[in-house]
Design a protein. Structure first.
Length: 96
């Protein structure tokens, strides 16, 4: 399972354009927003290729970068983003 950069940005509390800019500045993405060093980051960043037919240009094969399940905490650490802990949930078994 993987997470789009848009959804990852939401979880990190920013917009996806800002996230991609920070990732490019850190050297994680190239100018096409694909992993700059895919061999080194393959556990965290993956590329998904899709295809669709454009009426005039023919078949199109766009590629997008996605985060793996363990990629979100890794990315937050790489960019120096503090992720707030989820709110504590009271245990219904505890009785006062």
């Amino acid at each position: 399972m993987s997470l789009s950069l848009k959804h990852a940005a939401e979880r990190l509390g920013m917009g996806h354009r800002k996230l991609m800019q920070l990732m490019r500045e850190k050297g994680l993405l190239d100018i096409h927003n694909l992993p700059a060093n895919p061999e080194a980051t393959k556990e965290f960043l993956v590329t998904r290729e899709s295809r669709w037919c454009h009426p005039k240009a023919g078949m199109q094969y766009p590629r997008t970068t996605r985060l793996t399940d363990i990629g979100l905490p890794w990315l937050a650490k790489q960019l120096g983003i503090e992720r707030p802990a989820p709110p504590a949930v009271a245990d219904p078994r505890e009785v006062a």
